[in-house]
Design a protein. Structure first.
Length: 453
């Protein structure tokens, strides 16, 4: 058979319409409606949204309070340029967040997405050093197995190699240290006898690179998409803070995925009794209803900018957007009035117990870790050696497909062990009921048994 005949016989996926979709390998069902924790497609099939999309939907779909707040804001005043006016919705949301943020994280700057928030935070750290007369501080340290977004600055900061390879020539070279991934320790050690070698690596790399050149260290408070809700040892971040302070390095904590109550605290760093210099938020900041993100910064750093150059050298057409802020404020009020963050702390323990009880005994489940409504299930070929499945087998993708067909949405994580390794992330809306948690865990268990037996 010649090449022409091969091409004719080869099945080519026809993508209808003119949309450039996120997935090019399949035709997706069309969503028709979404309410509570369920999404319904045009064929009347219902799906339990057990990952909140991409760990975004926290108060549930279809909240009338948020819809009304956005509607009222549009009719009142929709687009207002933030260099010309301030707006009550942005001011009130910033104040609400500042009241919940532990320590003196008092100033919040609003943007459209997590990538933007992280990139702005990196730029802010650099400007703070310049204003303080430390112009040699320009280099950034991140962690391997991290995710901070896909704009060029955030992409350069992240440590997920597969996302960076295509664009390496475009990226600024940054420094990286191993993640606090105890299940697969980069040093082959075990906690606590490791004496937090992965945290001490920060001090080592700063010393080797020259502390006078290091501007900031960026890290997810609780790593999410790349190593599936991997909780660091409690002392880890305390050690990181001490190292940053000793070298005058600004600590940026990325809580785009793990913030806004996802772990049972408004800010995930509250679990560790530390205060970063800058914290970033996104995803659940408006519950997925509007594109909204933010960074929060210590008052002292804000004053450094204000009292020197008088302006953060940054901007954006849609920053401080009053309609997005109105949606975020309404979502904040729902979380507070319905005590949903406290609910996550309580119900998260139930979810964790269910996952460990029903899934951990399975041969291919190597580890289950998490906090609140943010849990990871790591899939392995050999439980004793922690050997992962090869990337080419698409294990997480195939289990995800089975669950999707059954009407359950979870989140995939791959590349946990080099390019190999698989995990699922469970991150449901905060309103999910106990019986629905049970249904979800049983569905996951059934998918594992079906796939591996």
């Amino acid at each position: 058979m010649n090449n022409v005949e091969e091409q004719k016989n080869k099945k080519i996926l026809e993508i209808p319409g003119n949309l450039f979709p996120r997935r090019l390998d399949t035709c997706l069902p069309v969503a028709k409606s979404a309410h509570g924790i369920f999404i319904e497609d045009e064929n009347q099939k219902k799906y339990m949204d057990a990952s909140g999309g991409a760990v975004v939907v926290n108060a549930g779909h279809g909240r009338e309070k948020i819809a009304k707040a956005i509607y009222d804001q549009i009719l009142s005043h929709d687009y207002i340029h933030p260099t010309m006016f301030t707006t009550r919705s942005a001011e009130m949301l910033a104040t609400a967040l500042a009241k919940k943020a532990p320590g003196d994280i008092n100033r919040f700057y609003f943007l459209s997405g997590g990538s933007e928030a992280n990139e702005a935070a990196i730029k802010l750290a650099r400007q703070i050093h310049i204003e303080n007369g430390n112009e040699t501080k320009y280099r950034l340290v991140g962690r391997w197995k991290s995710y901070h977004g896909l704009t060029l600055g955030s992409l350069a900061a992240m440590g997920r190699t597969s996302f960076k390879t295509y664009f390496t020539p475009l990226l600024k070279e940054n420094l990286h240290i191993p993640a606090p991934y105890c299940y697969r320790c980069s040093y082959g050690l075990e906690y606590p006898s490791c004496r937090l070698r992965c945290a001490l690596a920060l001090d080592e790399i700063i010393e080797n690179a020259g502390s006078k050149t290091i501007s900031a260290f960026i890290a997810e408070t609780i790593p999410g998409a790349t190593i599936a809700a991997c909780i660091p040892p409690k002392e880890y971040l305390n050690t990181i803070v001490e190292i940053c302070h000793s070298h005058n390095v600004i600590l940026i904590l990325d809580e785009v995925m793990c913030g806004m109550g996802r772990t049972g605290e408004w800010f995930a760093y509250n679990h560790f009794d530390i205060i970063p210099d800058i914290v970033t938020l996104g995803k659940g900041l408006a519950g997925g209803v509007m594109p909204l993100s933010a960074f929060g910064v210590k008052e002292a750093h804000f004053n450094t900018i204000k009292n020197n150059s008088g302006a953060f050298v940054h901007g954006g057409t849609f920053s401080h957007h009053p309609v997005a802020a109105a949606g975020g404020l309404a979502l904040f009020e729902i979380l507070e009035q319905e005590k949903l963050v406290q609910r996550v702390k309580r119900k998260g323990k139930i979810l964790g117990e269910l996952l460990k009880k029903h899934l951990l005994p399975l041969t291919q489940v190597g580890d289950i870790r998490g906090k609140g409504f943010f849990w990871g299930i790591e899939i392995v070929k050999d439980k004793k050696t922690k050997m992962p499945f090869k990337h080419s087998l698409n294990i997480a993708e195939n289990i995800w497909k089975d669950l999707f067909q059954k009407g359950y949405l979870v989140y995939k994580s791959t590349g946990l062990a080099g390019i190999d390794g698989d995990a699922l992330i469970i991150a449901p809306p905060y309103i999910i009921e106990d019986e629905e948690l049970e249904m979800l865990v049983q569905a996951i268990k059934s998918a594992f048994i079906k796939f591996f037996n």
